[in-house]
Design a protein around this ligand. Sequence first.
Ligand code: 6GU
Length: 228
Amino acid sequence: MRIDVVSIFPAFFDVLEVSLLGKARGKGLLDIRVHDLRDHAHGKHRSVDDTPYGGGAGMVMSPEPWGEVIDAIAADAPDPVFVFPSPAGEVFTQATARELADEPHLVFGCGRYEGIDERVFAYAATRGRVRLMSLGDYVLNGGEVASMAMIEAIGRLVPGVVGNPESLVEESHEAGLLEYPSYTKPASWRGYDVPEILLSGHHGRVAQWRHEQQVARTRERRPDLLAD
Ligand code: 6GU
């Protein structure tokens, strides 16, 4: 899978060189390319933003550098999915991660300030498909950390990135439930004991207990997931 990232802070994405995704890049499973939006700003001060029409606080990212970088990426590889992280977007879920993991080419456009000139989204839609995606109901300073989260959630679903594909199956959100609790040795630690059933060797009863735990903690922590 190819992933292009556009940002005025490309250094945010240096951490994509470590851990599981770093290894996947080394193996050629993920082709991640980070672009500095400022390379496409041509004014005397290389500015990428300006004051909002209609007034109001903050600055808005100008369309011209975005148009240029979108053209450069789309010329190289047509019809990508453009993902613009935004607290005004649709909510990114495990289902979204699964959908996007099937795409051959994603482009993450990271906005800063009060956002990106709205026309950029319309233009990007002429060069590919466009999704505005939010991580949840809170506000970050820009799209960089949000993109990182989405790239990790999507990248680990690309075949070969996670060594044992079975570990993707029983996770939180895969069955619409939270994950069951996990334990390892020692069986007794500082007065806390591992639940007896897990030491019993009865695979069927263990599976049933784990499912009950999943339902119980989902009801307790995330009743919204059980509603639908
Ligand atoms: Cl995707 N972007 C920003 N700036 N803030 C957010 C977000 C995204 N998701 C939640 N808060």
